[in-house]
Design a protein around this ligand. Structure first.
Ligand code: HEM
Length: 529
């Protein structure tokens, strides 16, 4: 090779590189344009928010996630565009806002295989700490779900009534200890309650704040909540487009993510190790281990399901701590808020609770059947404040038809439970707080209740959540009158981490009821069972 040729190549190679880069980008853009105009052409008949020619609606989505208003944006678009619309990122996302349509699409689509769970959302779930129920499909999901189902079934959960009641009683005592008229923020209070309950059920950590925990570090609800919030917000960012490898960059967010994982691993790890030792019978002397731990779900599941190893048990426990806490806690806060603003509902519920006390002496397994109205309050709260509106999406695996229109393979399916909960055809007077609508009505079919999800991945913790919220609201109604310090704005100023929550943490002023004022807060009034 002579020196002239070498000089020519050196000069031309940057140009070649540039040309091939431009050609590649042009190819990708052309391919995308072609896909949108051919493969996805049928979706153009659906309304759509205005979008950037190249980035589609991605900038608005990312901005909404950053401002903690993602579900609000999806809801706002539904108000402008109607109950079924499409927004675009690299691919189209069909958003459904009608409860029955959402329910049927998920159930039927997943049953016949035309829809699958979104690969990106699954990856984002599994990247929280390892493979978990929420991120698994097919047989990998099946054996996990089969293991946990009996524990979280209605009868399985009622065995833990004692623990749930202890937690709720502790919350009542905390409120009672607050000098009225001082206000108390109920959202953190309920987070502490739900965290203590799920940790007790799962890990055998005593509900009692003062009790020691020989099997591992004690529970610090505020710190655990901070850690789970970091992980769940990261899920939302990854599910909506952030690259997973970004967790390896030396950024503040990455440090927070690794710190949160480590904190939770330090709390859960020793207990998982112990449960696995018990399974392997390596540990024969169980004298030092509390009976609460020996009876915990963790020990039962580890013994029952040999496919669980350290990594997968650790990840699953972290998922349950994350899923089992602020879901119920924020729902309770919104319910307390709505009760304060709806005196008719408050008085009716109070009447029912006083009657229950007269008949059963308190809240116990026997009295639960008389608490349909209180469960109606929880469901009505979820209808209006569907805290988990937007945790999953689906993908069209095989071309399908929705609302008479062809939906091509590759389209993502998403839904707004906030919008669905306000569908006036299904829930007349949608802006009114009417728990009565959830009471059984002879001759008419039950209302769709989609806030716990639909289909096979429907919420594992539904019964726990309903029971916990029902007992807590019943005790509050029995013992206190209350008002919202910030009035309706507590129910209007909402943000979203992964879940929707009240920004001001719902400050409430409680007064102990005169008629029960003289009663002690423990035996015999609050004795459960
Ligand atoms: C108000 C309370 C709650 C709401 C609104 C709620 C909502 C949901 C929703 C919408 C799903 C479906 C997600 C999907 O399809 O990907 C789900 C799944 C799940 N929930 Fe809940 N949840 C609540 C309470 C709880 C509690 C207390 C637990 C604790 C055990 C829990 C554990 C789970 C788990 C493990 C799944 C995944 C189930 C699976 O993939 O098979 N949830 N929840």
């Amino acid at each position: 090779m002579n020196s002239e040729t070498t000089t020519q190549m050196t000069l031309t190679s940057p140009y070649l590189l540039l040309i091939s880069c431009v050609a590649t980008i042009a190819g990708i853009l052309g391919w995308r344009w072609w896909k949108q105009h051919t493969v996805y052409k049928d979706l153009k008949s659906f309304p759509s928010p205005p979008r950037h020619w190249l980035l589609g609606n991605l900038p608005e989505i990312l901005a909404a996630v950053k401002q903690k208003k993602f579900s609000q944006l999806i809801f706002d678009w539904s108000q402008e565009l109607g109950p079924i619309y499409v927004y675009w990122i690299r691919y189209p996302i069909l958003v459904l806002c009608k409860p029955k349509l959402i329910e049927e699409t998920i159930i039927n689509g997943m049953r016949d295989g035309t829809l699958i769970r979104s690969k990106r959302a699954n990856q984002a779930w599994n990247d929280i700490a390892g493979p978990i129920l929420l991120g698994q499909t097919a047989s990998e999901w099946q054996w996990r779900r089969k293991a946990w189902n009996p524990e979280f079934s209605s009868s399985g959960i009622s065995k833990y009534m004692d623990i749930i009641s202890q937690g709720c009683e502790q919350t009542i005592r905390t409120i009672k200890a607050t000098e009225s008229p001082e206000a108390i923020c109920v959202d953190p209070l309920f987070i502490e309650l739900t965290m203590r309950v799920i940790s007790s059920l799962l890990l055998g950590i005593p509900i009692d704040k003062q009790a020691v925990t020989p099997e591992g570090p004690p529970l610090d609800p505020a710190k655990v909540y901070e850690a789970t919030s970091i992980l769940s917000y990261r899920f939302l960012r990854v599910a909506t487009g952030q690259k997973m490898w970004m967790k390896y960059l030396p950024t503040k967010n990455s440090r927070a993510y690794w710190g949160a994982r480590k904190y939770l691993e330090d709390l859960v790890g020793p207990r998982v190790d112990l449960a696995l030792q018990m399974r392997e019978q390596k540990k024969t002397d169980f004298g030092q281990i509390s009976s609460l731990f020996q009876e915990s779900m963790l020990v039962k599941i580890a013994a029952k399901e040999p496919q669980y190893n350290r990594e997968s048990l650790l990840a699953e426990v972290m998922e349950l701590l994350l899923a089992g806490t602020d879901t119920t806690a924020h729902t309770l806060s919104f319910a307390v808020g709505e009760l304060a603003l709806n005196q008719r509902v408050f008085r009716k519920a109070r009447g029912i609770i006083d009657q229950v006390w007269q008949n059963y002496g308190g809240i116990n397994v026997g009295s639960l059947k008389d608490l349909d109205y209180i469960r109606g309050i929880v469901k009505e709260t979820l209808r209006l404040y569907s805290v988990a509106s937007g945790s999953t999406s689906l993908e069209v695996e095989r071309e399908t038809v929705i609302e008479g229109k062809i939906i091509p393979r590759g389209t993502k399916i998403f839904w707004s439970m906030l919008a669905a909960g306000r569908d006036p055809e299904v829930y007349p007077q949608p802006d009114e707080f009417l728990p009565e609508r959830w009471l059984e009505r002879k001759g008419s079919s039950p209302l769709p209740m989609i806030d716990f999800g639909s289909g096979s991945h429907r919420c594992l913790g539904e019964h726990l959540s309903m029971l916990e919220a029902t007992v807590m609201l019943s005790l509050l109604l029995r013992y206190f009158d209350w008002e919202l310090v910030n009035g309706r704005s507590s129910l209007e100023q909402l943000e979203q981490n992964l879940l929707i929550y009240p920004v001001d943490k719902m400050p409430v002023r409680f007064w102990l009821r005169y008629s029960v004022n003289h009663l002690p807060l423990t035996q015999p009034e609050l004795t459960v069972l």
